[in-house]
Design a protein around this ligand. Structure first.
Ligand SMILES: *[C@@H]1O[C@H](CO)[C@@H](O)[C@H](O)[C@H]1NC(C)=O
Ligand SMILES: [Cu+2]
Length: 229
């Protein structure tokens, strides 16, 4: 079979339209972030009930080579490659690694994840109805809560692309998990609304469907409320 140049260029353009979250603070890709299954294809997770919805790991049980040191209260950036090229909300979740495990060894299973950031849109009556500040971003800031207990954590980055989400199962999830050691926290962190992945989301819930018409004037995010210190 002979592939035309146009076909090859189109395939490259389609792959380019997706993205990954391979690093934090411009460190080497997959050094502190667990390599995801889509590290080459950039494809999203579509099934909210799959194990991939947690950290999308290419090598479950292996972990990334490094654990990144952060100070509680510090703002770090999560890097997107090549950029967040679809519209939708960015969110971050954090989970404390239990005693006897490290951020490199723990699987993050069960109801242990707290949402620490939720992007909300602004609304427009002309052009796109929902406008997301993450659109086109290459670096997404996230503040590590100042009240955490010191120790190891997994930080889960999630961008939900809604452009194609007309029906249940159409929302696209771009995910990865970074391995952190947190120090300098005040230690009063006591999350009230932890969730499990899979389990946190249901196909077809309002935050995973994009109704273009009538123009939306509100957005109901998926998952728990943002946990405060
Ligand atoms: C993190 O801090 C510990 C303790 O100071 C140090 O041994 C380790 O090398 C640091 N890790 C990185 C990746 O810098
Ligand atoms: Cu895409």
């Amino acid at each position: 079979m002979k592939l035309s140049v146009a076909t090859v260029v189109l395939a490259a353009a389609l792959a380019e339209a997706h993205y990954t979250f391979p690093s934090i603070d411009n460190t080497p890709n997959w050094q502190y972030v667990r390599m995801t299954t889509n590290y080459q294809s950039n494809r999203p997770v579509l099934d909210v009930n799959s194990e991939e919805i947690r950290c999308y790991e290419r090598f479950p049980g292996t972990g990334a080579p490094g654990i990144y040191n952060v100070t509680a209260g510090q703002t770090i950036v999560y890097n997107a490659k090549s950029s967040v090229s679809h519209p939708g909300p960015m969110a971050f979740y954090i989970a404390k690694v239990p005693a006897g495990q490290t951020a490199a060894s723990w699987d993050g299973k069960s109801s242990v994840w707290s949402k620490i950031y939720q992007e909300m849109p602004t609304f427009s009556s002309t052009g796109p109805s929902m406008i997301w500040s993450s659109s086109g971003a290459t670096a997404l800031p996230v503040t590590i809560p100042a009240c955490l207990q010191d120790g190891d954590y997994l930080l889960r980055a999630e961008h939900i692309a809604l452009h194609a989400a007309r029906y249940p199962g159409d929302a696209q999830f771009y995910i990865s998990c970074a391995q952190l050691t947190v120090s300098g926290g005040s230690g009063t962190w006591s999350p009230k609304n932890t969730v499990a992945f899979p389990g946190a989301y249901k196909d077809g819930e309002p935050g995973l469907i994009h109704i273009y018409y009538p123009r939306p004037t509100s957005y109901t995010p998926v998952g728990p409320p943002v946990e405060q210190c």
